[in-house]
Design a protein around this ligand. Sequence first.
Ligand code: KG4
Ligand code: ZN
Length: 329
Amino acid sequence: MKILAIESSCDETSVAVIEDGKKVLSNIISTQIDIHKEFGGVVPEIASRHHIENILPVFTQALKKADITLKDIDYIAVTNTPGLIGSLLVGLMFAKSVSFANNIPLIPINHINGHIFSSFIESDVKLPAISLVVSGGHTNLYYIYEKDEKIVTELLGETLDDAVGETYDKIARILGLPYPGGPQIDRLSVDGKDILKIKKPKVDGYNFSFSGVKTFITNYVNHERMKKNEISKEDISKSLQEAIVNILYDKVEKAVKEKNVKTLLVAGGVSANKGLRKKFENFSDIEVHFPKMEYCTDNAAMIGVAAYYELKNKKIDDKKNNYDVDAIS
Ligand code: KG4
Ligand code: ZN
């Protein structure tokens, strides 16, 4: 089965071709990072306009790289939620047009599901598992298991305020680092010391909170600047990195123990973080899976794989064309 997948929820235009839910025949990603850098973050209107320009060339390239034509495609998958409304609409309308014109069924996919299933790309995942999705907009913890030959994704907890990626990006901005801040902080933290030793917030169950960490660092930086003291970006980065990684580690460790799983899946843009990858090596008795770098941040391959499992799990009616589906921010 071949699925052509389209992703345009934020500032990446991506089209992929996936075979049998695992093999990536192509995964073309056109990122707008350099365009939004100058504004310190994604400008929604500019993002939509660039998606319009990029979608057709990216689509053409994806088919070419996979060395197939639309006649070989069984389904078209597209991200319809959550994301920037204008950006989502470009991908969804394009997908609907290609689907309608070529009579190929359309499968709407939730972007977060895409991140969860990015762990299944080109790998045999042993279930049950705990899945941590850490992206610019979300910080979610899932228990994933099989029931009646279907894969169930049960949400255990989520952030009560800021997402992890958002926290990285906001602190980076305060430090005057370019967008997106996560990779910059990750890089600088290598040469820094954890001078702030920020306490972990007390949050019940499997939920997370990062607003305290953000406020603490913001106040510290403002205070030091007022006193005209030098601040070391490296030390602030290391302090933030330690605080975030430890908060995530504690909740994941709790979930792994309580659900008694042997597999941990980490996904989403922040799963590219080197400090996080290193800390999670501490889980010595379970299999820890991080996606390849190109499947960490937004990409269409993960949308195609999620669609494959939606079909397999019969979560979606594959006979229906789904043209009534909306983009939802
Ligand atoms: O999954 P993604 O591409 O988009 C969303 O669905 O949000 O994630 C983007 C986020 C950004 O906040 C970016 O700063 C963060 O992932 N990110 C990182 C790293 N690489 C990307 N955060 C920390 N360390 C990294 N190496
Ligand atoms: Zn994402």
